[in-house]
Design a protein around this ligand. Structure first.
Ligand SMILES: Cc1ncc(COP(=O)(O)O)c(C=O)c1O
Length: 387
């Protein structure tokens, strides 16, 4: 058994155990007694929707992020949709999003009825490129067909986007910034946590995220009380606080008490798990050295290490060699958003060269808090041999 990261995480993972890309089973083993107790408590009080776990998890999330309000919702996608609906973003509005992200970011914009304007990303951080964003805002204004309303920045692989630049640019154009922090809960910037880095933040509790439910879930964060109240109403079919009257269009965007109980349990070990994620990333970065390009982390920014991603030439062959060496890997993402059938009508003229290049080169390595140091060293050796 190892005396390293996994031991610090209080579960015994054999050093020669198969390397897993994510490891929800070790975490479940560690939390099982606590989760059982919390779920039984829900059965005892019987408030499956809107039970005490919901308010408890919302208070914990808000306090973790140092923000006034946290709202638990049914998924990361609902969090994005509710945030857009909350500002009445819709037809005729331009929402600027990076071209290299999960399709949910774009789906949310389209579900709100707005038009996505794709922005290229930085080749090293993989996050939205503020310079290209400015160019796209100016081009949209020149064209005069859409009103620039919002930027949805994505914290890819757990790395917060450049919110200093984005907040400034958005303010200059009278726009709001929504952080799609589905992959970055636990990260931070300039000493502040994800959740308070911009006007509003949406995260996901998809099971493999840094905080995962046992099913779907998500959360939203804001310091603005009026905005929070609009979100709470939209989450509950658009009703007023007494839930008697529909005062706007809403959705069923609630997170149930069972999932909140699971998230509360996960939060009880979250600081420890984040410590191990940071350890894994550090060991990878030191061990890999200059053998491959790793995601660049700007000074003052702390990744949540939702994923650990490298860039390689000849990715297919590298991935096969890694698999042969017992190292699983995964590709996030195979295409830029503008290259997908459903979204290609929004493709900018000339495409998005950086997104397209990254889509050919990115490869994510095993990243979770239950990897042992000897396993990490096997991954490092396999990558060096494969590239
Ligand atoms: C960047 C990004 N945005 C949004 C989402 C959507 O979250 P969910 O799957 O919880 O709806 C995800 C999740 O996979 C994501 O990675």
């Amino acid at each position: 058994m190892s005396t390293n990261s996994a031991k610090a995480a209080a579960v015994a993972v054999a050093d020669d155990a198969p390397i897993l890309f994510f490891d929800l089973k070790s975490q479940a083993k560690r939390l099982r007694a606590d989760i059982e107790q919390r779920l039984m408590r829900v059965l005892d009080h019987g408030a499956y929707i809107g039970g005490p776990e919901v308010a408890e998890v919302e208070a914990k999330l808000a306090s973790y992020s140092g923000v006034k309000h946290g709202l638990a919702v049914a998924s990361g996608t609902d969090a994005l949709v509710i945030a857009l609906m909350g500002e009445e973003v819709g037809p005729g509005d331009a929402v600027f999003i990076p071209g290299f992200t999960y399709n949910a970011t774009c789906n949310a914009v389209l579900l709100a009825g707005a038009t996505p304007v794709f922005v290229d990303v930085d080749p090293h951080t993989c996050n939205i490129d503020a310079k290209h964003l400015e160019a796209q805002i100016e081009a949209t204004l020149r064209e005069g067909k859409l009103k620039p309303r919002m930027v949805v920045a994505v914290d890819l692989y757990g790395l917060p986007a450049d919110y200093t630049a984005l907040n400034k640019l958005a303010a200059k154009h009278g726009m709001l910034v929504l952080a799609d922090a589905a992959q970055s809960f636990g990260g931070g910037q300039d000493g502040r946590a994800v959740g308070i880095l911009t006007d509003m933040t949406a995260t996901s509790f998809y099971p493999s995220k840094t905080v995962g439910a046992y099913g779907d879930g998500g959360a939203m964060f804001t310091d603005d009380t009026a905005r929070f109240e609009r979100w709470a109403s939209i989450r509950w079919h658009g009703t007023d606080a007494a839930k008697r009257e529909s005062i706007r269009v809403g959705i069923n965007g609630r997170l149930d008490s069972m999932q909140c109980a699971v998230v509360l349990s996960k939060l009880s070990i979250f600081d420890d798990e984040m410590k191990v994620r940071r350890h894994v990333a550090k060991r990878y970065r030191e061990g890999l050295g200059n053998s491959v390009e790793v995601q660049h982390v700007p000074r003052g920014t702390e990744s949540a290490w939702g994923l650990f991603t490298i860039q390689v030439d000849n990715r297919e062959a590298v991935q096969k060699r890694l698999a042969d060496a017992g190292v699983p890997s995964s590709i996030y993402y195979f295409k830029g958003l503008h290259q997908h059938q459903a979204f290609s009508r929004f493709a900018p003229k000339g495409g998005l060269p950086v997104c397209e290049r990254l889509a050919q080169r990115v490869l994510s390595l095993p990243m979770h808090p239950y990897l042992t140091d000897p396993q990490l060293d096997r991954v490092i050796a396999a990558v060096k041999a494969a590239v």
